[in-house]
Design a protein around this ligand. Structure first.
Ligand SMILES: *Cc1c(COP(=O)(O)O)cnc(C)c1O
Length: 362
């Protein structure tokens, strides 16, 4: 078997080795069935068990209450930038958006096609280097929902607590930090997350939605774009991304076996601290890009070097040493180390050692 590297990619991102090995073991013939999961009917008994177990394990991990539906859909988080307003904005046709980065802006763009959008707050004038404070939010108590992005994958900021929005349903794009800790699902109307950062392979989107909100989905919507249809059909209205759901299910089992989300959170805090401490104790050689420390992400650690030439050299030398995916997003530059659930602590420690050596030599 080939050697594994330290994969700091922002997404698709590293998966637990145990999950990959189990999938490999069962790839040719899933548990003696004579076929792989990719080759079997989504309406058959075996897949039925796979998707039901995935759902119940996810419910266990996040303690999702009964009055929420769990859906496994497609289209990436990007399709849900459209589906959320199409389903939830009517009949009021107005919603609040908190703008904290490129993904939030993309969500905003689609919402504007459906109705009136109030920008409740934006930190764009500060290049999204911090999050808006609660006191800065200008919320409309009559909005259909408030949308926010819990972790800003590109800018390296992350809400440590949900914005307080009163009785207005809170909608969250949690693509890059879902399952990094336990959250109180009851605080949310709808959570959506593309799988490829912290859940599994791309091609799956997890949607957790409070059942009463599904009543807003109009029958006049295109069928596939209607959350209510997916909920009524237990994510099997059409052929779901079966293999991706299977892998996501293995990741959920892995998380449970690791001790659940409180244990993952402990590990995530520990890993991020090692890296931020290294940045903060580098006498300014490495500079974190986030200006307010409480806003720093536990998932995507973004920082800069004294100049772009050094950043380029850093990424190149790191790659030679087996640290891949450290180049910052093309829109912001610098370095980004993505350290999701499946990223091992040893990889963070080794990166810090590399950073210290690089600083000495450059
Ligand atoms: C990656 C990402 C997306 C985009 O996901 P796709 O699956 O490519 O559509 C959206 N929101 C956030 C926060 C992301 O990190």
């Amino acid at each position: 078997m080939g050697k594994r590297i330290y994969n700091f990619s922002a997404g698709p991102a590293v998966l637990p080795e145990e999950v990959l090995l189990e999938a490999q073991k069962d790839l040719f013939s899933y548990k003696g069935s004579g076929m792989s999961v990719m080759e079997m009917s989504h309406r058959g008994k075996i897949f039925d068990e796979i998707i039901k177990t995935a759902e119940s394990d996810l419910r266990k991990l996040l303690e999702i209450p009964e009055n929420y539906s769990v859906l496994f859909l497609q289209g990436g988080a990007t399709l849900h930038f459209s589906m959320v307003p199409l389903n939830l904005m009517p009949p009021k046709n107005k919603a609040d958006y908190i703008i904290t980065g490129s993904w939030a802006k993309k969500a905003l763009k689609e919402a504007k096609r459906v109705g009136t959008v109030n920008i409740a707050a934006t930190t764009e004038s500060e290049n999204f280097t911090r999050l808006p404070k609660q006191s800065e939010l200008k919320l409309d108590p009559d909005a259909a929902y408030v949308h926010f992005t819990s972790n800003n994958t590109i800018y390296g900021t992350q809400f440590k607590n949900e914005p307080e929005v009163g009785n207005v349903p809170l909608v969250c794009d949690a693509s890059s930090d879902i399952l990094h800790k336990k959250i109180d699902v009851k605080k949310y109307g709808l959570i959506y997350a593309g799988a490829q950062k912290n859940i599994g392979p791309s091609g799956v989107v997890v949607v957790i939605v409070r059942k009463d909100l599904l009543e807003r989905s109009s029958d006049s919507l295109h069928t596939y774009l209607n959350y209510k249809v997916h909920a009524e059909n237990n994510s099997l209205y059409n052929t779901p991304p079966t293999f991706g759901i299977y892998i996501a299910g293995l990741v959920f089992k892995w998380l449970l076996s690791m001790g659940g989300l409180d244990e993952m959170y402990k590990r995530n805090v520990e890993k991020a601290k090692i890296l931020y401490d290294a940045i903060d104790s580098s006498d300014g050689y490495y500079k974190g890009t986030v200006t307010v420390k409480e806003d720093r992400s536990l998932m995507n650690v973004t920082y800069r070097l004294p100049n772009e030439d050094l950043e380029k050299k850093f990424v190149e030398e790191a790659k030679k040493k087996g640290f891949d995916g450290l180049k910052g997003h093309r829109s912001v530059g610098g370095i980004r180390a993505s350290i999701y659930n499946a990223f091992p602590k040893k990889g963070v420690e080794d990166l810090v050692e590399f950073m210290n050596d690089f600083r000495k030599n450059n």
